[in-house]
Design a binder for this molecule. Structure first.
Ligand code: V47
Ligand code: SF4
Length: 359
């Protein structure tokens, strides 16, 4: 029979918990007991280190042919608020970030009906030329599939071209919930969960590291969350190419899913982060994305198995268009303070988790 004690025994012995055991944890509201297990699992991997980086998000366009029901960021071409950045402007923002101490640019955007693949390739080349010290983390599996569709090139060829242009790694977006019935409800136009996994597998084979996200707190069930995490855990067993797992708390404003969805509770946020730490035993890093969680829950999560607070971000659109109440940006000092006040050691890292400086 599953008990907290039996799960604790597994964590101490370095054994993996099953999907049923994860469901057992989700069914409990003993947040402190779950948190204690997650903190123990995290301590084994990361001690008291909490990572962050200095980065800037750049979203080249919000024009998107998919129009997922949960997405308040996307627009149709010609709609009010639709925009596309010129390559010079993307480069200017990257250069500005570099000048302010950033080590990474995080670039994702909509699936634009007319922009060519060369626009993206040129944007990466231009950033690499103007700001050679920046690591370019860009494009979700959804965008990679789209590039392949509009060019007729294979996924492998797309990766080769992008790596040549300066791509350093991939973020974890577009995963949502990988279970097909859920995707049909929230993003029917998007690539299937199976295809998302296949493209990430190919990314890892091409030598790119990536993250993995989970958009939770909408129409999915707890079993869907566990299923999603199990698919990622299986792929990680195979490739070892994932760096961080990032549960993204759904922000319900301005999206078509708004009607009867209120947004996540603090209890659900902490439980989800903690259980992901326990269940995803082959992921080194669990990231609390403060943009969606708010700074306070993100800080408290450091006692619930989380060891990464993402970065300074600078200009965030995806969560804020959907009503996120967090600031647009955190300063490096602000992040360091959050971590220190939680009695942890702030460690600035680069995108690939090489430590740069402990504070
Ligand atoms: O894929 C869209 C999500 C993702 C909403 O890899 C929403 O380091 C909440 O993936 N409420 C993009 N979430 C952001 C993302 C990300 C962010 C930070 C770090 C990393 C990383 C990746 O945002 C999308 C989608 O799952 N999203 N709309 C919304 N209303
Ligand atoms: Fe487009 Fe991505 Fe928004 Fe879906 S989540 S509508 S693919 S920008």
């Amino acid at each position: 029979m599953t008990t907290f004690k039996s799960i604790s025994g597994k964590i101490t012995a370095g054994e993996r918990i099953s999907a049923d055991e994860a469901l057992f944890l989700f069914a409990s509201n003993d947040l402190l007991a779950i948190g204690e297990l997650a903190a123990a699992a995290n301590e084994k991997k990361n001690g008291c280190n909490v990572y962050f980086n200095v980065n800037r998000h750049i979203n080249p366009t919000n024009i998107c042919v998919n129009r997922c029901a949960f997405c308040a960021f996307s627009r149709t071409a010609g709609e009010e608020g639709a925009y596309t950045l010129a390559i010079d402007e993307i480069c200017r923002r990257a250069k500005e970030a570099e000048g302010e101490g950033a080590t990474e640019v995080h670039i994702v955007g909509g699936l634009h009906p007319d922009l060519t693949f060369e626009y993206y390739e040129e944007a990466l080349c231009a950033i690499r030329k103007a700001s050679p010290s920046l690591h370019i983390k860009a494009f979700t599996a959804v965008e990679i599939e789209y590039f392949s569709r509009i060019t007729g090139l294979t996924i492998e060829q797309i990766f080769e071209r992008l790596i040549n242009a300066g791509l350093g790694s991939m973020p974890g977006g577009g995963a949502e919930i990988l279970v097909e019935e859920v995707r049909q409800k929230i993003c029917p136009e998007k690539i299937s969960g199976e295809r998302w996994l296949e493209i990430i597998r190919l990314a890892h084979i091409s030598g790119l590291k990536s993250n993995a996200t989970m958009l939770y707190g909408h129409v999915e069930s707890i079993a869907d969350r566990v299923n999603h995490m199990e698919m990622l855990r299986n792929l990680q067993d195979e490739t070892g190419g994932f760096q961080a797992f990032i549960p993204l708390a759904f922000q319900p404003e301005n999206s078509d899913l708004k009607l009867n969805i209120k947004g996540t509770s603090g209890l659900d946020d902490l439980k989800t982060l903690a259980i992901s730490r326990i269940f995803m035993d082959n992921f080194d890093h669990i990231k609390a994305y403060w943009v969606m969680l708010g700074e306070k829950i993100a800080q408290v999560s450091l006692a619930f198995g989380v060891n990464d607070l993402d970065g300074t971000v600078v200009e965030e659109k995806i969560g804020h268009d959907a009503g996120a109440k967090s600031p647009q940006s955190l300063t490096k000092d602000g992040i360091i303070r959050l971590i220190k006040k939680a009695d942890k050691l702030p460690v600035e890292r680069d995108t690939l988790y090489n430590p740069l400086h402990a504070y």
